[in-house]
Write a protein that binds this ligand. Structure first.
Ligand code: PAF
Length: 285
């Protein structure tokens, strides 16, 4: 247990009061936005944030606007007591856990949409998702005003959307992307892994294996279309029931790669359904 005085605030006013006091004392502040159900991956973000600032604020807010009506907003795992204990243990200073009413007051009418990087991949599969993410991340950053904000590379497209909106809206914060934390068998850690049955959990690492194999082939100069087709076939063979995408894209602009070998900095991104659980993962090529 660290000996810091961990605290929880639920209002923008209380958050701002605490951050202002730290700033007055000359402290640099980092923020780690999350939706809770914390796992080692989130805790690695907090650890990274601690290395970049004197104070770390984590937010836990299951953001309704980034879930479509048929998605898992109601079922999304919530355990604030456990999340608080984990955050205190890794030396987080403050948990910001607003209510839905605090975040979206009656009459709330503003949406932040990011063209371009929001459009392909998850933008096709989940058409309203990134507007919800962009809106809540803009609000969280303006509410807290951190010097640095840490997001996981696990949600790689989300990270590019956030970088874009911060640049476009001149939000004075440094964004840091943290490497994906993985289970020993390669499965990317995700709060949604909790939905997998034991048999599905056993099959799920095929996603990371397919990405690794595809990255090797792309590095060797194999054509994008053949590599993507092999990746999709590997996921089908492993029991994934719906493959939303398995694609090589430009690492910063997420532009389509191919035909033929990759040119320039490339990221492989995949999303597929294992049972009822939609898993996403990605890899630098
Ligand atoms: O990555 C997440 O947990 C969420 O999308 C975020 C960035 C906290 C916004 O709700």
């Amino acid at each position: 247990m660290s000996d810091n005085l961990f605290a929880v605030v639920r209002t923008v006013a209380d958050l701002r009061r605490q951050v202002a006091a730290w700033r007055k004392a000359g402290d640099r502040v980092a923020m780690v936005p999350t939706m809770g159900a914390l796992h080692e991956g989130h805790l690695s973000l907090v650890n990274l944030a601690r290395g970049k600032a004197d104070r770390v604020v984590a937010s836990v807010f299951v953001n309704p606007t980034q879930f479509a009506p048929h998605e898992d907003f109601d079922a999304y795992p919530r355990d604030e007591a456990r999340d608080s204990a984990l955050l205190a243990e890794v030396g987080c200073d403050l948990l910001y856990a607003p209510t839905v009413g605090e975040m979206y007051a009656p009459g709330f009418s503003t949406t932040v949409t990011v063209a371009g990087v929001s459009e392909p991949l998850d933008g096709q599969a989940r058409p309203t998702h990134f507007a919800g993410v962009a809106t809540v991340v803009t609000k969280l950053l303006l509410q807290c005003g951190p010097d640095v904000a840490v997001f996981g590379e696990k949600d790689y497209q989300q990270l590019q959307v956030i970088k874009r909106l911060i640049a476009d809206l001149d939000i004075p914060v440094e964004v840091v992307g943290a490497p994906t934390a993985r289970a020993p068998d390669g499965l990317a850690l995700s709060s949604r892994n909790a939905y997998l049955t034991p048999a599905e959990r056993e099959a799920a690492p095929a996603l990371a294996r397919a990405l690794n194999r595809a990255a090797e082939r792309l590095r060797a100069g194999d054509p994008v279309e053949a590599v993507e087709a092999e990746g999709r076939a590997a996921l089908e063979a492993a029991g994934f029931s719906r493959i939303d995408y398995f694609e090589a894209r430009g690492a910063a602009d997420l532009a389509r790669q191919g035909p033929g070998p990759i040119t320039g900095d490339t990221r492989l991104l995949a999303a597929a359904l294992m049972g009822k659980t939609r898993l996403i993962d990605n890899l630098a090529v």
